[in-house]
Write a protein that binds this ligand. Structure first.
Ligand code: ADP
Length: 274
């Protein structure tokens, strides 16, 4: 679905230069959930902003499907960009429009009938768990609910892939959980490919594939199990390993016979009981 080949991006200004992304090659497969984790300043945002050329790389090539986006400009670039929906920390909602109107807004000039719009908006509100909030205004919603409205609004345009750049950074634990559940639900039901940047490692436990970035490089990649079993490497890259994974790691070091890469309390309890 999305391929990067040796992509690099350097920011220049005020006599300084920052190499934000260095020679990154990766492959995001259709229909899967990809987590990108890494310490602040590792280059995660710059990397995902290259996907639809919000940042143009200095070197390397990027494909969306069979189309090389790095050679496109103007109208053909705008057409490809519509395939990727971007969601950020801040929720870009219209304060004077209710939830239904916020999600329906991008569909206004798409040549759809009122009935088609209604069907699509209601389905999306259902998938993100906000069917009972259709007539509420943003000021009446929690942070997690606002972010779910923003996600439904992006999904209304039927992107093939959604890129979420720290979508839960401003939320409390409850809001974080709701947003992640909504994202997983959309991935399952709408088959949308998901790229999720986060610095909460727990949030990528259920991803299909995880990339770890450090100082502009992709330094680790694999399934969550493969990544989380390398506790010492994760610490080296200044990442906060989940408590339960740390505990399992320490138990293993002191001789308890349990496998690497324990990700949940349930898994640890099961292993210890066996
Ligand atoms: P992350 O998302 O992992 O926190 P970023 O991609 O935001 O990392 O930043 C990577 C590096 O690039 C940082 O050193 C940051 O200061 C720098 N950077 C990001 N955007 C710009 C910009 N527009 N101009 C100059 N430097 C930038």
């Amino acid at each position: 679905m999305i391929r990067f080949e040796n992509v690099s991006k350097t920011f220049r200004g005020n006599g300084k230069q920052v190499e934000a992304v260095k020679e990154v090659s990766l492959h995001i497969k259709k229909g899967e959930i990809f987590g990108i984790i890494g310490y602040s300043g590792a280059g995660k945002s710059t990397l995902v902003r290259c996907i639809n050329l919000l940042e143009r790389p200095d070197r390397g090539r990027i494909w969306i499907g069979d189309t090389e986006i790095t050679v496109l400009k103007g109208k053909s670039l705008r057409k490809q960009r519509r395939k990727i929906g971007m969601i950020f920390q801040q929720f870009h909602l219209f304060a004077s429009r209710n939830v239904y109107e916020n999600v329906a807004y991008p569909l206004k000039h798409q040549g759809l009938t009122g009935q088609e719009i209604k069907k699509r908006v209601e389905k999306l509100l259902n998938l993100v768990g906000l069917e009972d909030k259709a007539s509420a205004y943003p000021s009446q919603l929690s942070g997690g609910q606002k972010q779910r409205v923003a996600i439904a609004g992006v999904m209304a345009m039927r992107p093939r892939c959604i890129v979420l750049d720290e979508p839960t950074a401003m939320l409390d634990p409850n809001g974080r959980k709701e947003v992640l559940e909504a994202v997983h639900q959309l991935n399952r039901q709408e088959k949308v490919t998901v790229v999720l940047i986060t610095h909460y490692m727990e949030e990528v436990i259920d991803a299909d594939h995880v990339y770890v970035m450090d100082e502009g490089h992709v330094v680790m990649e694999g399934t969550p199990g493969e990544i989380f079993s390398q506790v010492d490497m994760l610490k080296k890259y200044r990442l906060d390993v989940p408590q339960v994974t740390l505990l399992a790691h320490e138990l293993k070091k002191s001789g308890v016979d349990i496998p690497d890469g324990i990700l949940t309390t349930e898994e640890l309890v099961n292993c210890l009981c066996q």
